[in-house]
Ligand binder design. Structure first.
Ligand code: ZN
Length: 338
């Protein structure tokens, strides 16, 4: 008997939920949505992409695209927005998904965005020595310098942030391929409000013995990264990928530039007296291009330069560099999470 009553109750609940759904299921214009949910709206007719923002929470959308991007990183299937006599309309399914996301993210007990994972990549390794030079009669290999610095940075980060995941792409003289490193970077499991930062450490070499100094690289903003992975493209069709990428990439680039700047400034403070800053640079390169996160590459200096090579052969100098990279990462995290 109790079971039957429960069934009827469940049925009524379902009916009620269904009817509520039906009544809620009308399309709203973009402006109606904005005023109803107190959301700032922007729409760029050139890229045909739009954004909604409510207290720092972002939803990106594009007319005709049955997906939205939540805070630049997560995709959610929705009914596609469509044009109706010059007005951009948001179907009920879209309205439900977007408004629910805003209310969840902006619920009173809101946690801040956090850097959950930091990946430190010691460049080269194993059979790949990286740059090689003879310093003080001994062979100096880039792979050993990058490992030493990366260990220093990771140790400092682990003691500062015991609750965060600090991953190194290698802890010994192994050789993870570029694909392996990218996979490590992209596989860090993340919650909704979490991000990963990726820092790759290298040392430079040049035929020009006068070349000297440190530099920090980030991804060229003009380069269209394949942020959306191959599986997504297979599932949703390739024509959708450029739109989604356009929505996602701007945020990654901005964060990468800020991370590059923070680390570069710290390197200047730490080693600027003996090594010139060669600037913050932008280029496409493999590891960063495929990593879905703010990413930088640091060139610590030239092992081929007569004086800088000697500095880089010295553990206390490498320690200084490690400390500077660590401090730059801390600066970035404080900026990012504030
Ligand atoms: Zn290198």
């Amino acid at each position: 008997m109790r079971i039957r009553a429960l069934r009827i109750f469940l049925l009524l609940t379902l009916l009620y939920a269904w009817s509520a759904q039906v009544f809620a299921s009308e399309a709203l214009s973009l402006l109606e949505f904005g005023s109803k949910y107190k959301v700032q709206i922007s729409y760029d007719p050139v890229t045909a992409c739009g954004q909604m923002e409510q207290r720092g929470v972002f939803v990106s959308f594009a007319p005709g695209t049955p997906f939205i991007v939540l805070d630049w990183q997560n995709l959610r299937k929705v009914e596609a927005p469509f044009w109706d006599k010059g007005t951009l309309m948001l179907p009920a399914g879209f309205v439900v998904e977007a408004s629910t996301y805003f209310s969840e993210r902006n619920a009173p007990k809101k946690e801040a965005y956090s850097v959950a994972t930091i990946l430190i990549d010691a460049g080269h390794g194993g059979k790949d020595s990286g740059a090689v030079a003879t310093v003080n009669g001994k062979q100096l290999m880039e792979k050993n310098l990058t490992l030493e610095v990366s260990k220093r940075v990771a140790d400092l980060l682990r003691s500062r942030y015991p609750e965060r995941k600090i991953i190194t792409t290698r802890d010994n003289d192994s050789f993870p391929s570029l694909d392996d490193r990218v996979a490590m970077a992209n596989s860090a499991g993340l919650g909704m409000k979490e991000t990963v930062i990726y820092v790759s450490i290298h040392a430079n070499a040049s035929f020009n013995k006068n070349a000297k100094g440190y530099e920090v690289w980030y991804l060229n903003p003009e380069y269209r990264r394949t942020v959306v992975d191959a599986e997504t493209v297979r599932e949703k069709g390739s024509e959708i990928a450029p739109i989604l990428n356009a929505m996602l990439e701007e945020e990654f680039t901005t964060e990468s530039i800020i991370l590059a700047r923070k680390v570069y400034d710290r390197l200047g403070l730490a080693i600027g007296a003996s090594s010139p800053g060669r600037g913050i640079r932008a280029e496409e390169w493999f590891v960063v291009r495929n990593a879905k996160m703010p990413s930088i590459l640091i060139e610590m200096g030239f092992i081929t330069h007569p004086e800088e090579g000697k500095l880089l052969a010295n553990s206390s100098y490498l320690r200084k560099i490690g400390d500077a990279i660590y401090n730059g990462i801390i600066d970035f995290i404080e900026h990012f999470e504030s």
